[in-house]
Design a binder for this molecule. Structure first.
Ligand code: GLU
Length: 258
């Protein structure tokens, strides 16, 4: 049984086709996270959806440029997003904690240690840490990065047992069929079939998810890519049901040095 997991929730999972937050889906994901927490599995959520939520709320002047627009959307959307998480978790008697990070925070030794220490303490209590990229500052060469990579960094930092990537498709699809298991030896044969396109709302796309999952597998962390819109997707996959795609980890966890 897993003791600690990261669950990454993509923008498309969280939003309705019109771009607004899908409260029902979020409510159900939180229900599942609480169920796992009650089984003594520590859950860290990595959530997208700030930019998407902000975009649904605001109409901005075009002339401020797309990068600043995204920053503004993220800054406003993050509040709304976390408000919803906080409300929904509180109904179950849990608090949630907001952790906003950039990739640079994982490169800076002191920031890294501070963050890790905070996470460890949050996890001891009835608190669910919810991580997102700090989009207001995280712009490298005017390109935002994505939360699949952020989930990978957090998972490695906290030495979790598994990562569940909740997305809007049924896992890694090749020729319309879901590949149920990928290991380090057969990964190459599937990789070439993965198309680079991204979903309209999110940033990562299946290519990133695939390579993130593979990196995690190499570090001994089991990774699942499943359809987060489906009922019980999270609890089912953790219970060992064969849904979505499972990336089998290297047998013995390689000691990973930052
Ligand atoms: N941090 C972005 C947001 O909250 C999402 C990035 C991604 O889609 O990976 O909107």
């Amino acid at each position: 049984m897993y003791k600690r997991i990261v669950v990454k929730i993509g923008t498309k999972v969280l939003s309705n086709p019109d771009g607004r937050l899908d409260r029902e889906v979020l409510e159900h994901i939180i229900e599942q996270a609480v169920l796992l927490r009650k089984k003594n599995i520590q859950v860290i959520l990595v959530t997208s959806g700030a930019v998407g939520t902000g975009r649904g709320l605001l109409t901005l002047k075009k002339d401020i440029g797309s990068v600043v627009q995204k920053q503004v959307f993220a800054a406003v959307g993050q509040v709304r997003l976390m408000g919803m998480y906080a409300d929904l978790f509180e109904k179950h008697g849990y608090f949630c904690a907001q952790v906003l990070a950039t990739k640079e925070d994982f490169r800076d030794r002191q920031h890294y240690a501070n963050m890790k220490n905070c996470f460890e303490n949050l996890l001891q209590d009835k608190i669910i840490p919810i991580v997102n990229e700090n989009d207001v500052v995280a712009i490298s060469e005017l390109v935002f990065t994505d939360n699949d990579e952020l989930a990978e960094l957090v998972a490695t930092q906290l030495r979790v047992d598994a990562v569940v990537i909740l997305t809007s498709v049924d896992g890694v699809l090749v020729g319309g069929r879901t590949i149920s298991e990928i290991n380090l030896s057969n990964a190459v044969s599937f990789k070439k079939h993965i198309t680079p396109e991204r979903s309209a709302g999110g940033r990562g796309g299946m290519r990133t998810k695939f390579s993130v999952s593979l990196k995690l597998a190499k570090r001994g962390i089991t990774t699942y890519i499943v359809n987060g819109k489906k009922r019980n997707a999270l609890t089912d996959v953790i219970a060992g049901k064969r849904i979505g795609t499972k990336f089998l980890p290297r047998k013995k966890a390689a000691s990973y040095k930052r």
